[in-house]
Design a protein around this ligand. Sequence first.
Ligand code: MOS
Length: 726
Amino acid sequence: MKFDTPATALNPIDQQKVIGRSHDRIDGPAKVTGTAPYAYERNGMAPNAAYGWIVGSAIATGRIVSIDSRDALAAPGVLKVVTYENAGKLAKAKNHTAHMLAGPMVEHYDQAVALVVAETFEQARDAAKMVRVQYAQGTPKADLAAQKDSAIKPKGGNPDTAVGDFAGAFARSAVKVDSTYTTPDQSHAMMEPHATIASWTGDKLTLWTSNQMIDWAVGDMATTLMIPRENVRVDSPFIGGGFGGKLWVRSDAVMAALGARAVGRPVKVTLARPQIMNNTTHRPATIQRLRIGAGKDGRIDAIAHEVWSGDLEGGSPETAANATRLLYRGENRMTSHRLAVLNLGEGNAMRAPGEAVGLLALEAAMDELAEKLNMDPVQLRIVNDTQFDPEKGESRPFSSRKLVEALKVGADRFGWSKRNPKPGQVRDGQWLVGMGMASAFRDNVTMDSGARVGVDSKGLVTVETDMTDIGTGTYTIIAQTAAEMMGVPLEGVVVKLGDSRFPASAGSGGQWGANSSTAGVYAACMTLRTQLAQKAGFNADATFADGKITSGNRSVSLGEAAGPTGTVVTDKIEFGDLSKKYAQATFGSHFAEVGVDMATGEIRVRRMGGAFAAGRILNPKSARNQVIGAMAMGVGAALMEDAVPDPRFGYFVNHDMAEYHVPVHADIPKQDVFFLSELDEKSSPMKAKGVGELGICGAGAAIANAVYNACGVRIRDYPLTLDKVI
Ligand code: MOS
């Protein structure tokens, strides 16, 4: 089904008998009883699996001189040591900046240089210490600030934009801010480590793994191993978090496949936490300069956002200025992304790449501007709203945009009017108390998505798609969609996900998953409805409700219509150019109250709140889960998360959960999330948009602005730790 005209007419989804309502996750019981099969636990799939342990490079850049595996091979239980010398020819998949197996060149610290395969996990891990690798070590570049001046304009993407005359307008502006912010490297820190069991049957490979994007995984494995796509099956029904770290296959998958091929039996590989942080990918650190010029009325005349980040040679920038291109009005504007080469492992997407760190800078600069204008920060954002893409002009309106409403409703719910705009005035015992706010903004991307939907002779509906559930609630919203479309209760739907044998879907990334994949299920259900109605002799006006197809006074049960062998169809949603004609994004507001300890500078979040506009909310309960989790991640970005590179050796020093701090429940006392009522007819037939990443965007800036309001210290270097307060 092509989606190229707005869904202005009512469709079956608009009934909202099942969709649009809060439902517990249908996969919840399996998860809390430990029966949901996660990748590393799927022993039943490969009962005779051997264990692989990855030996990581001890240097960040240079060359392998020699690998001596003799001692490792002589160790108990060891079956094989796989290195670039015996792995066979490998290619680099297009989605990877680094090779998944080093040799002879080393591209980053902890890059896989060998896989030790043994009968047990302990034997493999122990023997890995006996693999002796000699290196010719180069000098790593690991400090973004030191490499900033060598940064280049990246080839791909859209690194620069410019409209009007920024320099002239900024020079003439009545009120100006010119501030530079820094954000550190961050790790996805998902709960479930990367893990894969690989098994070959002849020349056919199966991977039971943990991956957000099944179709990409199939393609990348085929490219890497130089085998046909049809020979690769990837299965990933449950994923314990990804946050972008599992968008692409990583060394666990590639090395497990190589190990299994080498020993002729299945091989299991998981990454320990330090390997996740140094072997895989991270969100790159940024330096961001914001210049905003406004009139005395607060209206922005000039805005510039320049971003520097680093990556391996051939990598991509952190597109932190993307939000600045679309969030506020202003005739004179420019943005740029510059990329420095760093030997710090692959920098890549982490939850809301671009916006998440971009708003840490933009929304702090807006707070500084509001203070200079002596204007309320909420009001400053309201007067700078735009209903069209400010770089493209009125010819490109937003598909829907409720920023102003989100700001007003959010402020009202939070009690923003009680805020004292003067910093350092409010005390509660030892605490200085402050309030801050920020706008929330995240792109709404749509991706083609397919599904197979069937009805059996008993009327049971089954949905199969390679879409993934990374803890987001996909199983539930897909069941809700199919239930609504086919007129059955939620319990009448079985959802099967994450297997490349099912139709290719949008996958889980960039907050496009929920809207796109349910739209794919919608498309398949529309086709199924037509077929069932025809089979039962109905016209197009037949309705699907209560497990029956009805027209006039005639009803046929779904199962009867499906026939004794059932009816199954496959279809997909294909998105046309509505996302080109309209700017599509999601909006919201964040509010935060913090306490800063007067003696120690310790910062404590006291409460957070926000209002969000993201089209139709498919399941308010799972959507809220997404937003509160993302808000907590925003607290991490503001106050804790900091992967610290050692500039001498080019690796992240604090590579475990004891030293890489993320918020825990005790750090997040109270969160209020409110969804505005919105239908986006240009986004999809679901009239929904993404919501999985919106909640992190702006949350950290609201915290930083609250810290300033509490104590009057403006910290532009994230995370805001107590040493910077004092
Ligand atoms: Mo997201 S960073 O595209 O999983």
